[in-house]
Design a protein around this ligand. Structure first.
Ligand code: NAD
Ligand code: TYD
Length: 339
C-alpha cells in the first residue's frame, strides 16, 4: 500500500495508529481527515507537521462534498474509519452527535469509497456492539449484536451498514471490534486518564455504582497492531475481535491506580451508577490470533506503568484540555459530587 486515508486521526487511537504506521512502513503516506471535535487534538501529531508523508485535512466525515474532494485528491489504497463520537456518558446526555457522526458519517465514507473504487475499507468498531456479559463467557465474532447505550447503538448501526455494503455491492470491507483501550493521548474523560489526572492533583475519583463492572483492557498499540494486521491480512467481509485478555473490576483498577500513584483510598468517591451500565465485557480473540497471527504483547503491569509515566510527564497536555470546553462537560456529568 502506498497511500491510506485515516479518519479521526487526531483522536486517541487514530493518532497512535498514524504514528505507528508511518514508522513501520517507510514508503507509506497517510491522509488524516478529522473534524477536530472536542476530542480531536492536532497536538497529538504535532511531531508530524513537517513530514512529507503526512497530510491533514480538517473535514467532517458527514460532509459529502468535502469528503469526495479529499478522496479525489490522491490514489487511495485503503480507508480506515476511526472517526466517531466515542464516549458512552456523553451519548447518554445527548445522542444527537453520535447518530450523525457514527451513522451518517460512516454512510458518507462508504458511498465515497465506492464511488472512487477504493480497494479496502476498514471500520474500527467496538466490543460494546455485543452488549453485556454475565459472570461467564466471552464475545466472539458470532455473538448477536445487542447494544445497550446510544453510543453502542450508533456503532452497531454503522457496523450493519458496513455489512450491508459488502453483501449488496460486494464492497471490500473489514470490521474490527476491540475492547477498552488505554495508553498515551487518551482524552481525560475515560476512566484511566481521568483517574490518573485527578489523582495526580489529589482530587477524588468518581467510581460508578459499587465499581463491580468489569472491562477487558488492551494497550492502544496492541489494538493498532491488530488493525494493521486486519488491513493487510484480513479477509474481506469478515469481522475480527481484539482484546487484551485482561479483565478487571473498576474498583480493582481504581485501587491499583491509587497504589501506583501512592494515594490514599479516601480519594475514592462512589457516585450514582451510569444508566444502563453494561456489567462485563470480555473478548475471545482466537480468530484474530489464528487468521492474522496477532496477539496482544503488552502485559497490563507494563502498559499501565508506562501510561501513568506518560500522563505525569505530559501534565501540560492534560492541563490544556482540562482548562477548556471539557470542564463544562465535567460539571454537567459529575455536578458538585466531587471535591
Ligand atoms: P476519540 O474520541 O479519542 O477520537 C475521535 C476522533 O474522531 C477525534 O479526533 C474527533 O475529532 C474525530 N471526529 C469526531 N467526529 C468527527 C466527524 N464528524 N468528522 C471527522 N472527524 C470526527 O476516540 P478513540 O478512543 O480514538 O476511538 C477511535 C475509534 O475506535 C472510534 O470509532 C471508537 O468507537 C473505536 N473504539 C474505541 C475504543 C476505546 O477504548 N477508546 C475501543 C474500541 C473501539
Ligand atoms: P469508560 O472509560 O467510559 O469506557 P466504556 O464506558 O466505554 O467501557 O468507562 C470504563 C468503566 O469505568 C465503565 O464501567 C464505566 C466506569 N467509569 C467510572 O466508574 N467512573 C468514571 O468516571 C468513568 C468515566 C467510567
Amino acid at each position: 500500500m502506498q497511500t491510506i486515508l485515516v479518519t479521526g486521526g487526531c483522536g486517541f487511537i487514530g493518532s497512535n495508529f498514524i504514528r505507528m504506521e508511518l514508522e513501520k512502513y517507510p514508503e507509506l503516506s497517510i491522509i488524516n481527515v478529522d473534524k477536530l471535535t472536542y476530542a480531536g487534538n492536532p497536538e497529538n501529531l504535532a511531531d508530524l507537521k513537517d513530514n512529507p508523508r503526512y497530510r491533514f485535512e480538517k473535514v467532517d466525515i458527514c460532509d459529502r462534498i468535502e469528503i469526495e474532494r479529499v478522496f479525489g485528491s490522491a490514489r487511495i489504497d485503503a480507508v480506515l474509519n476511526f472517526a466517531a463520537e466515542s464516549h458512552v456518558d456523553r451519548s447518554i446526555l445527548d445522542s444527537g452527535p453520535f447518530i450523525t457522526t457514527n451513522i451518517i458519517g460512516t454512510q458518507t465514507l462508504l458511498d465515497a469509497a465506492r464511488k472512487f473504487n477504493i480497494p479496502r475499507y476498514l471500520q474500527v468498531s467496538t466490543d460494546e456492539v455485543y452488549g453485556s456479559l454475565g459472570d461467564t463467557g466471552f464475545f466472539t465474532e458470532e455473538t448477536p449484536l445487542a447494544p445497550n447505550s446510544p453510543y453502542s447503538a450508533s456503532k452497531t448501526s454503522a457496523d450493519l451498514l458496513v455489512r450491508a455494503y459488502y453483501h449488496t455491492y460486494h464492497f471490500p470491507v473489514i470490521t474490527t471490534r476491540c475492547s477498552n483501550n488505554y495508553g498515551p493521548y487518551q482524552f481525560p474523560e475515560k476512566l484511566i486518564p481521568l483517574f490518573i489526572s485527578n489523582l495526580s492533583n489529589n482530587q477524588q475519583v468518581p467510581v460508578y455504582g459499587q465499581g463491580t463492572n468489569i472491562r477487558d483492557w488492551i494497550h492502544v498499540l496492541d489494538h493498532c497492531r491488530g488493525i494493521d494486521a486486519a488491513l493487510r491480512k484480513g479477509r474481506v467481509g469478515e469481522v475480527y475481535n481484539f482484546g487484551g485478555r485482561c479483565e478487571m473490576t473498576n474498583i480493582a483498577l481504581t485501587k491499583l491506580l491509587l497504589k501506583l500513584l501512592g494515594k490514599p483510598e479516601s480519594l475514592i468517591r462512589y457516585v450514582a451508577d451510569r444508566p444502563g451500565h453494561d456489567l462485563r465485557y470480555a473478548i475471545d480473540c482466537a480468530k484474530a490470533e489464528k487468521e492474522l497471527g496477532w496477539t496482544p504483547e503488552y502485559t497490563f503491569d507494563r502498559g499501565i506503568q508506562e501510561t501513568i509515566d506518560w500522563y505525569l510527564s505530559h501534565q501540560d497536555w492534560v492541563g490544556r484540555i482540562r482548562s477548556g470546553e471539557y470542564m463544562k462537560y465535567y460539571a454537567e456529568q459529575y455536578g458538585n459530587r466531587l471535591s
